[in-house]
Design a protein. Structure first.
Lengths: 281, 348, 304
């Protein structure tokens, strides 16, 4: 994130979005409670929260698949802008079509959006080169490993996104080692992509490692408990998880996740002081 | 081919959708040489046999075409009666029998017999020689292989009673499984005791197959002589197209007269006119034709000629046994006017 | 080398049913000969084969008609089946309306409907084609409708985020997804198609294996009638195999993934024995006896 340039244009603004699902015979299920967040152009934002806290619901609403019960969503400043077909969406499973090879899978999104086939193939090919997948363009999904399939899905998401990508626990289905490799890979290429992204995860470390900004959600109905700037340098290395800055940020994240409140370290020290004072008394 | 494989999905669907059109267009080529001829059809009563020779001869010799007719010989179907086809207008002509015409007319169907193919009833009951049955009276209580016509029980019970037995049609019905066409097989395997056959066809067939049988002609046992088979058409067709009926009969008579004069040649024509596999034994066709050619017009002024007497005696017989039923299944109270059943006006 | 292995694999798969068939035929032959069975009732297999070969020109004259009716009827069943499956999928309302009627259409015995068909459609090939279509469309409709319905909802959601309309989703996602299921139905339909043509011809026809069967019955040639039935069966098998081959070509991706999984999941008995032996040998130390055990009188070589 550039700090020395004029304020970046906004890719997405979510204002006071609430979502409740009516249920037959049961009280209404409130999932989101006045969520507000912002994503600047080219910014990587993480949303972390406990399972079932409506993170995926929020992504669905942002993508245009669903409407909020309250509040508004503005794409690049325009609340009336249609969102379907503009935003890249990457679900947890790769959902690659088994009857297409890797390249044809990657261009699935832009194909629907009407890009002519030749141009679509060129764009996909360029991205494959960038991702180191050039040798596997003609391979079919059943011939690829889990990590590679996820990379193809990621390429599909990048191509389909105009400026914004939504990543719904994209590495959740992978084993731990592959997940680490994918995180490292993502850090490597992030700078070249030039798009904004919202990553949803329940892993606070992943949230911090990849993002410029982290939002912590409470349990259902979800509200924003913490909105944290991640002041770590870019380009980033995975080794940064060992640094003290990372540890402090992670601590604050975890406290927010576990208690549902934002308790910065200074306030924490104050709390401990008061607690020990009470004991003394 | 490469494009097909590259886009197998699209190709598969498109092919599947277009295939019916392609195949249908392949098969819809009709012969163009029959444009100036009027199409008429005759429905057969059975798989082709020597009862039908005259028709096949006339067709092969082009005599129908000479009359301006394009004749289709409609194949036999076990489930659809030729009488029904004519009555409903699906066939213009058909091969039928005096008894069928009688029973059909009293139910209101307007069928008319226009020619007798064979002058005398050449059918009878056949029973294995080694069964020891030498008279129809001994057939009482035996199993009869039926072809499911309503008049069978009445005729057979008359035959048996005439010879001294004492059965009712109901008795016969009780012991008559339907065998459709397997006369020889049924007799040989002794599953059936007796069947009703045409001597000129099955009779000769049995002989050639080496099956020794005793034969009781129907008309020798109190059942009046009658015409079987006959050529029929509908009253409506006669009213609307008398010219076509005349032309059809002209060619058909020619055919049968040819068969009478040249049995061997006629037999050959029949053998070659039908699809392969129809006749297993060409010798049977020849032998049968030699027998039948003498029978076609036996005792008549010309082939096909019908008398009121022969058209009255048998229906009268059926009527008297109380076994003529109308369309609702109730026995007919008054004897029908048999003179309406037939006409000779179309014989050349 | 690859070809040899493929041939060997086919032989390994094929010999059990072939052997069984040979045994059954041998048993049949012996039964007929020993019991002096009348060939009119049950002809021996050898007689059937020799008679059929002798009559091969007759069969050749009729088989074309049956084949034509089968293929046209199957093609029409394809078109109609795909159409109804699509309707059922795109409009649940219409689907609910027509589904019971489709099921009911299968309950009508052909023998009952055939005379009706002849009355309505005449004596040409059309009624037979209709019989085949009637029999064959249903498995295609059902399997394709099921295949369409079973598409992953997550995948549909993904395509919606691309901005795809329902029609685009149908064409690009659901239809290809339904292909394997569709081919299952087609395989079933192919097996029934020939029988349908046969039945239609048996009721009334001039040419065709069905009416040839009737001619043979009337001529009391039971051996040829049997031969006729066997040829009909072979035709069905050939059609089934053809559909399977087409499926393989059209859906390479479907089989490639599965075959690998199948082989890994269940190794052949031989391989299992080899694995077992291998694991056994690895556990125990190898000892070479210096003298034969007491129970044995002759020494034998230890194989590892």
């Amino acid at each position: 994130m550039n700090v020395s340039s004029p304020p970046a244009p906004v890719a997405l603004t979510v204002e006071g979005v609430s979502k409740a699902f009516p249920q037959r015979g049961k009280p209404v299920l409130a999932v989101l409670d006045h969520i507000s967040l912002q994503v600047a152009a080219g910014e990587f934002v993480s949303v972390v929260g406990p399972s079932g806290s409506g993170k995926s619901t929020l992504l669905s609403i942002i993508a245009g698949l669903d409407d909020p019960t309250e509040g508004s969503i503005a794409l690049e400043g325009d609340p009336n802008a249609p969102r379907l077909g503009q935003i890249g969406y990457m679900p947890q499973r790769d959902l690659l079509l088994p009857w297409r090879n890797a390249l044809d899978n990657a261009l699935a999104g832009i194909q629907v959006q009407g890009v002519p086939r030749r141009e679509a193939r060129q764009r996909a090919h360029a991205l494959f080169e960038q991702f180191g997948l050039a040798d596997f363009e003609r391979s079919y999904p059943h011939e690829l490993s889990g990590g590679m399939r996820q990379r193809v899905a990621f390429a599909r998401t990048v191509l389909a996104a105009r400026n914004l990508m939504l990543l719904d626990e994209p590495f959740g289905a992978l084993d731990a080692l592959t997940r680490l490799a994918m995180q490292r890979w993502l850090l490597d290429i992030w700078g070249q992509l030039g798009k904004a992204a919202i990553l949803v995860t329940h892993d606070p470390e992943e949230a911090l490692l990849l993002a410029d900004h982290v939002y912590v959600f409470s349990a259902r109905p979800a509200r924003v408990v913490l909105s944290l700037d991640v002041a770590l340098p870019r380009p980033r290395q995975t080794e940064i998880v060992g640094s003290p800055v990372f540890a402090r940020l992670k601590g604050r994240l975890l406290r927010a996740l576990l208690t549902g409140q934002d308790i910065p370290l200074e306030a924490l020290a104050l709390q401990e002081q008061e607690a020990s004072q009470e004991v003394a008394l | 081919m490469k494009t097909l494989l590259r886009r197998p999905r699209a190709s598969a669907w498109i092919l599947a959708a277009l295939l019916p059109l392609f195949l249908a267009s392949c098969g819809s080529n009709t012969s163009q040489g029959t444009q100036n001829l009027t199409a008429v059809s005759v429905a057969l009563d059975y798989t082709p046999n020597t009862n039908h020779t005259g028709i096949y001869v006339a067709q092969q010799k082009g005599w129908y075409q000479q009359q301006g007719l394009n004749l289709s010989i409609l194949p036999y179907s076990a489930n659809v009666a030729p009488e029904a086809l004519v009555a409903s207008g699906k066939a213009d002509f058909a091969i039928s029998y005096e008894e069928s015409v009688t029973t059909a007319r009293v139910t209101g169907e307007d069928l008319v017999s226009i020619a007798a193919i064979i002058q005398h009833n050449t059918s009878g009951l056949a029973v294995r020689a080694d069964s020891g049955i030498s008279s129809p009276s001994q057939l009482a209580g035996k199993v009869y292989g039926s072809f499911d016509d309503p008049f069978e029980p009445y005729v057979i019970s008359s035959v048996i009673d005439c010879a001294g037995g004492s059965v009712t049609p109901a008795d016969i019905k009780k012991t008559s499984p339907v065998i459709n066409d397997d006369g020889l097989a049924s007799l040989q395997t002794k599953k059936i005791d007796y069947v009703w056959i045409y001597y000129g066809w099955e009779g000769i067939e049995f002989q050639r197959a080496g099956l020794k049988f005793n034969y009781f002609p129907i008309s020798s046992y109190c059942v009046p002589d009658y015409y079987t088979p006959v050529l029929i058409t509908s009253g409506a067709f006669i009213k609307n197209h008398p010219d076509l009926v005349r032309k059809f009969m002209a060619a058909t008579s020619q055919g049968y007269n040819y068969a009478i004069a040249h049995p061997d040649d006629a037999a050959n024509i029949l053998i070659n006119a039908v699809p392969p596999g129809t006749f297993d034994d060409a010798g049977l066709v020849t032998a049968s034709q030699e027998y039948l050619s003498k029978q076609y017009a036996l005792g008549a002024p010309k082939w096909g000629y019908q008398t009121l007497q022969k058209w009255t005696d048998y229906p009268h017989f059926l009527f008297q046994t109380g076994n003529l039923a109308d369309a609702n299944g109730n026995p007919v109270k008054t004897e029908p006017d048999e003179s309406q059943f037939f006409t000779n006006q179309f014989l050349p | 080398m690859k070809l040899l292995r493929a041939v060997g694999r086919t032989c390994a798969r094929v010999w059990p049913p072939v052997l069984l068939l040979a045994l059954l035929l041998a048993g049949w032959q012996l039964y007929v000969q020993a019991g002096n069975i009348d060939p009119l009732i049950l002809p021996a297999p050898l007689r059937i084969i020799t008679a059929s070969i002798a009559s091969r020109s007759t069969f050749a004259a009729h088989i074309g008609t049956t084949l034509y009716e089968t293929l046209v009827g199957l093609a029409a069943a394809l078109a109609f089946g795909m159409l109804t499956a699509t309707i059922i999928d795109l409009s649940p309302f219409l689907g609910r309306a027509i589904y019971p009627l489709l099921v009911a259409s299968q309950a009508i015995p052909i023998v009952a409907i055939a005379p009706l068909l002849i009355f309505s459609f005449g004596f040409g090939l059309l009624p037979k084609v209709i019989v085949v279509t009637l029999i064959c469309f249903f498995p295609i409709t059902v399997s394709m409708a099921d295949g369409l319905r079973a598409t992953d909802p997550e995948l549909i959601k993904l395509y919606r985020t691309f901005g795809a309309s329902e029609l685009v989703i149908f064409w690009r996602v659901r239809l290809p997804h339904a292909l394997p299921s569709f081919f299952s139905g087609l395989r079933i339909a192919a097996t029934y198609a020939v029988v349908g043509a046969f039945l239609g011809e048996y009721v009334s026809a001039i040419y065709g294996l069905g009416i040839l069967f009737s001619y043979e019955e009337h001529s009391f040639r039971t051996d040829l009638a049997f031969g006729d039935v066997i040829i009909t069966a072979l035709l069905s098998i050939a059609l089934f195999a053809l559909v399977s081959v087409i499926e393989r070509i059209a859906l390479p991706w479907y089989y490639a993934g599965r075959e690998r999984d199948w082989h890994e999941a269940k190794p052949s008995a031989r391989r299992r024995r080899a694995l077992h032996k291998h694991s056994q040998g690895a556990d125990q130390p190898v000892t070479i006896p210096t003298e034969p055990p007491h129970e044995l009188s002759t020494p034998r070589k230890e194989t590892l």
